[in-house]
Design a protein around this ligand. Sequence first.
Ligand SMILES: Nc1ncnc2c1ncn2[C@@H]1O[C@H](COP(=O)(O)OP(=O)(O)OP(=O)(O)O)[C@@H](O)[C@H]1O
Length: 263
Amino acid sequence: MSEVLTFNDVSVVRGRKDLLKDVSWEVKEGQRWIVLGPNGAGKSTLMNIAATRLHPTRGTAGILGETMGKVDVFELRPLIGLSSSLVANAIPANETALNVVLTAAYGMTGRWREKYEKLDERRAFSMLHQWGMSTFMNQPFGKLSEGERKRVLIARALMTDPELLILDEPAAGLDLAGREELVAQLTELAANEEAPALVLVTHHLEEIPPGFTHILMLNAGEVVAAGEIASTLTEENLKATYGMDLSVREVDGRYSAVARRVN
Ligand SMILES: Nc1ncnc2c1ncn2[C@@H]1O[C@H](COP(=O)(O)OP(=O)(O)OP(=O)(O)O)[C@@H](O)[C@H]1O
């Protein structure tokens, strides 16, 4: 199984603060990871390194067999699909849903004067179709609902047929039905052997799609625990992650957590 991410003692320091501290993490081909942690734990910072948007201050970040700092990131980026608020914010509000997906093939966020291949246009349409968004192809991104935007962003992230797909809080802002539909689609994606390695950042155990295999738990920039979900997502590790006594339930591969009642 080949290495997708090999992070050794990765730290990111800004001023006197360690946004990440000595994070070691390995993601292999075929694995599906959840990254969990409270606000400010460093999840997005870690995803920005994995997506080659940020260099570690210390340590080494191996990405798809290359080492950050020793490789042209523009060669790596087409191999990494990223859906995040950072990407969403870079997209012009008047760009159509189809163009949002299509421009990923050219490493851009807005269409300008480039000429696109018919083949790319067909693939962009097919990606939108797969994520239930083909009827919105001509609608401006800025006029889509939150849930529709999330789907377009995932279609965009998959446009280049990446080897690693990073979804940073894909269910944030979705209503209950929207979340459940997304979890169902991500469950299908996780089960697809052709799908890239997956990394999904979330705050909520309810958003973990069945079929995800591993979890990385972060607190204050440090790894609390990492490993297979079944053995790692324990009440003890959740307490160390969130500083709160939580009671965890698992029903048919779906997880949930609530505060433990003190009698
Ligand atoms: N450029 C920066 N300079 C200083 N501090 C920063 C910088 N970027 C992020 N931070 C801080 O680093 C910490 C980690 O931020 P990050 O966005 O990675 O956390 P997160 O786990 O993704 O949080 P959330 O769940 O709220 O999105 C936060 O305390 C944030 O304020």
